[in-house]
Design a protein around this ligand. Sequence first.
Ligand code: NAD
Length: 377
Amino acid sequence: MVIGVPKEIKNNENRVALTPAGVTELRKYGHTVYVQVNAGVSSGFEDAEYIASGAQMLPTIEEVYGIAEMIMKVKEPIASEYNLIKENQLLFTYFHFASSEELTNAMLERGAVCLAYETVERPDRSLPLLVPMSEVAGRMAVQEGAKYLEKPLKGRGILLGGVPGVKPANVLVLGGGIVGTQAAKMAAGLGAHVTIMDVSLPRLRYLSDIMPPNVDTMMSNEYNIRAMVKECDLIIGAVLIPGAKAPHLVTRDMLKLMRSGTVLVDVAVDQGGCIETCHPTTHEDPTFIIDDVVHYCVANMPGAVPYTSTVALTNATLPYALQLANKGWQQACRDNMDLQLGLNVVEGKVVYAGVAEAFGLPLTDVNSVLTAESALA
Ligand SMILES: NC(=O)c1ccc[n+]([C@@H]2O[C@H](COP(=O)([O-])OP(=O)(O)OC[C@H]3O[C@@H](n4cnc5c(N)ncnc54)[C@H](O)[C@@H]3O)[C@@H](O)[C@H]2O)c1
């Protein structure tokens, strides 16, 4: 198959969909890989490394879209890319269709095959192409929290791990899923005293078994949260209720109970946030202060560490990309249910229920597109 990797052009997106290691793997199976010049530079991958791995470099995005049967990207195409997309072209990237009617209509019009990273799903309902970014955000939450606890950045002026003779900081992690687990591990590793709250008892039992001794588990409820916020230095919001807005677990009035310089990192801000006073911020201006409490609410945290994020993401996407390239999208999606669930928009039809519901569009049975003749089977 002919695979194209354009340079990401969405504002502040520094990741790339394929590393030189990925090129090597695809080449092993006889595929041809075209990469746009400088596509990997912001993630730390030079053109020369791609060339050494067997990629062919193309100077413009038009040439990449023009030649490729499968486009591998990170972010959804933006308006200036719509017209470059060809009928039956396979696009393997994050789309988040339900949040953009314009994008959905554009992809329907172009007649492309849109396989969305975010809906590729395992039988245990986990989302393998979202997990790596949650892992990055969870670990980063502690790094950022530790930084903003420093006095010059308006924090309480406390070192997470303390020193001999001085107590460590108290860290509260709300939600013990992927983000929360990674955050708790990092904070515990730095020597902080950590409490993880979740509403799932089986999850708390599991976390209690695997976490180091400086991590406690606690049931998440208003009473417990209200009691804990008084003595916490860093609070990390990491809850998720699939398909719903995050619940406001830390309410406006609780800020008054906190000590001056407490830091809140609301990783769940992309789903509305679990801290009432949070609103999305950017890497350029990541924090704001309310009632002497520092709020960090960057909606795309992994964007600040593109090397780690690119490698983490491509570790997860490459095995699927290989299946798509080796078998063609129809056979790959017939053979692998994970991939089949990634199909959202196929050759002018919506095949994913969530997207059809979001915009009142007719839903086509995915099996009909998997058996139909396609220009790119
Ligand atoms: N800001 C960013 O850059 C960024 C990056 C990655 C992920 N995220 C977001 O982080 C959030 C967490 O993602 P995840 O992958 O860890 O999800 P996850 O599904 O793995 O974990 C969510 C956890 O929240 C728990 N939960 C639900 N309701 C709760 C409540 N009332 N109190 C306490 N816990 C509760 C669930 O039981 C689950 O264990 C999501 O909103 C995700 O979109 C943000």
